[in-house]
Design a binder for this molecule. Structure first.
Ligand code: ADP
Ligand code: MG
Length: 446
């Protein structure tokens, strides 16, 4: 039976994307195979649900390729292959949460009530991340997905999803102590603590049931904050608190992250959100317009979904602009009105095609220095100035925030602010600098 399961797994490995294979198949085992009735043991309900639904056809196919046509496939939870996980473990809400009265003095959660599962459109780009968040809400106390690390590009719904998890948890169990913050807030609070010479910063979060932290990539290179976050993380984790994190990239790709934090981030479940496909973009637009109470014809929806592909925030922005425009003119949404709106954001789209990496590379090339030099720590003037110019361009061409600029150069964001301000100031007086930058700008887009 073991051999059969190994062969089925090999077949699955070829047909299922590797990230999904790791999450949904690797930890299962074959418990029974008799007269076409197959029983598979899986570690938890999250995996069970996905195997019953989406992945069922892959399983059937994999068995068929091994000469077995399943009549019925059942899934039981527990009896994990290595038996380290107790079978059918019951999920208990932590006592701390149960015993605490739901007082009105509860500190603010930082959550925005607007972000809900009910207004989050699930598509193939985000269904894994969505199921994982729902799983945490439905099975609070089962801390195997701890931390849950959601990552993906800008405007793809990370903040929406992790806040929806927080709101969902509170809705189900109002006595839970949930806190949502961005890593920037964490950093600022920490710096403030240090300045006031207070101690015990990690105690601040230790008693939470759920800590949700957004935009973890900005912890890059901040060693003191990383150390403090490490203690906070451990304190909370040991208390059985659930931690949900987001970042714009996988933990292994966050530069300047200490190994021990990276290991912590990777010990739970890391799931990405991809760009939405056409159908999902249409579904999002339909949902948003019906929420706004406006009927938008299908061809307009499709035109919009075809024009903006990489960022849901942009998609939403264009839809809202169109709705406002039509309201002002008293017209119904139509493609003719949409074209100038899209073209207007065309310049933005062109900018979006430009990446920080290209700007940095082209700036280095323009000043005849290497990529290592421009990103490095060398303080000589002929290197520092191009570095500052690159930061200036990231700010003005891509509208990048200072923390984001800092990440590109593995520096503190105060350095990025200083650099951009210095170039802005010099531009007012230095004609040669102005020429250089305008030449560079032109070269960026060829
Ligand atoms: P991120 O944090 O990944 O940059 P956000 O969560 O801020 O992205 O999402 C940007 C905007 O797009 C928000 O207004 C959010 O509500 C909306 N959005 C993103 N994904 C979805 C989705 N799947 N369904 C509905 N709205 C979405
Ligand atoms: Mg966000």
């Amino acid at each position: 039976m073991f051999d059969l399961w190994q062969s089925v797994l090999s077949a699955l490995e070829q047909s299922v994307p590797s990230a999904s294979f790791d999450v949904f198949f690797k930890h299962n085992s074959l418990s029974q195979n008799r007269d076409g009735r197959i029983i598979i043991s899986v570690p938890n309900i999250f995996i069970k649900k996905n195997l019953e639904g989406k992945y069922n056809k892959y399983l059937v196919e994999a068995f068929k390729r091994n000469g077995i046509t399943p009549e019925i496939i059942e899934f039981i939870i527990g009896n994990k292959k290595d038996d380290t996980v107790k079978s059918n473990r019951t999920v208990v809400i932590k006592d701390t949460a149960k015993n605490k009265p739901n007082t009105s003095t509860k500190p603010p959660t930082g959550l925005n009530e607007r972000y809900r599962f009910s207004n989050f459109i699930v598509g193939s780009n985000n269904d894994l991340a969505h199921s994982a968040c729902e799983h945490i809400v439905e099975n609070f106390g089962d801390t195997r997905y701890n931390p849950l690390f959601i990552y993906g590009g800008v405007g793809l719904g990370k903040t929406h999803l992790i806040q929806a998890a927080g709101n969902g948890l509170l809705e189900k169990t109002p006595s839970l102590k949930v806190s949502y913050i961005t890593i920037e807030t964490f950093y600022r609070e920490f710096v403030d603590f240090m300045r006031k010479k207070l101690s015990g910063f990690s105690d601040k979060y230790r008693d939470l049931d759920v800590l949700i932290i957004d935009d973890m990539q900005f912890i890059s290179g901040k060693e003191k904050s990383q150390e403090e976050f490490f203690h906070t993380f451990n304190a909370l984790y040991q208390n059985g608190g659930q931690i949900i994190l987001s970042a714009d990239r996988h933990p292994s790709e966050i530069a300047g992250l200490t190994d021990r934090l990276r290991t912590r981030f990777e010990q739970g479940l890391s799931i990405d959100i991809q760009m939405p496909d056409f159908e999902t973009r249409c579904a999002i637009l339909e949902a948003k317009s019906s929420f706004a109470g406006v009927e938008v014809p299908r061809d307009v929806i499709e035109y919009l979904a075809n024009s903006i592909k990489t960022n849901i925030r942009e998609l939403e922005g264009a839809l809202n602009k169109m709705i406002a425009y039509c309201e002002m003119r008293g017209t119904q949404p139509n493609i003719n009105d949409l074209v100038p709106i899209i073209n207007n954001s065309g310049k933005k789209a062109r900018r979006q095609a430009m990446s920080p990496k290209v700007i940095i590379e082209k700036t280095a090339k323009y000043y005849s220095i290497t990529l290592t030099e421009i990103c490095g720590k060398n303080r000589s003037k002929n290197i520092v100035e191009p570095r500052q110019i690159a930061m200036y361009l990231l700010r003005h061409e891509l509208d990048l925030s200072f923390p984001k600029i800092a990440v590109e150069f593995e520096r503190d964001w105060t350095t990025a602010i200083h650099a951009v301000q210095k170039i802005e100031k010099n531009l007012a007086v230095d004609f040669s600098l102005r020429d250089q930058i305008s030449q560079l700008r032109e070269q960026l887009y060829v």
